[in-house]
Design a protein around this ligand. Structure first.
Ligand SMILES: [Zn+2]
Length: 104
């Protein structure tokens, strides 16, 4: 399967990983839109929020984000999902943007 995020999860492609647990991997966006711009992805391949049962994994993504912001002393932040090309989703592997700090 030619999925860039699956390859990052499988450590076949390098990424600046900032958090990992059993279900979730988080790494820095290579094109940051803010001082902190982290992508939080499920380790299993799910295409998008539109996919069946995606809601079962979203809680894990949010919990990972909460662990990251607590660890890194981030007090204000945004969590963002882009869904579909017209919604700005560029990679067809469900991911959540964690954004904080000034736009860069
Ligand atoms: Zn994938």
């Amino acid at each position: 399967m030619d999925c860039i995020f699956c390859k990052i999860v499988n450590k076949e492609l390098p990424a600046d990983i900032v958090y990992e647990n059993e279900n979730v991997l988080a790494f820095k966006d290579i094109h940051p839109k803010a001082a902190v711009h982290i992508l939080v992805v499920p380790k299993i391949h799910i295409e998008s929020i539109n996919s069946e049962n995606s809601e079962n994994i979203v809680g894990d993504l949010i919990l990972a984000a909460k662990n990251i912001i607590k660890r890194d002393n981030i007090t204000g932040y945004k969590l963002l999902f882009n869904i579909g090309r017209e919604g700005g989703q560029m990679v067809d592997h469900l991911h959540m943007h964690l954004l904080a700090g000034n736009p860069s």
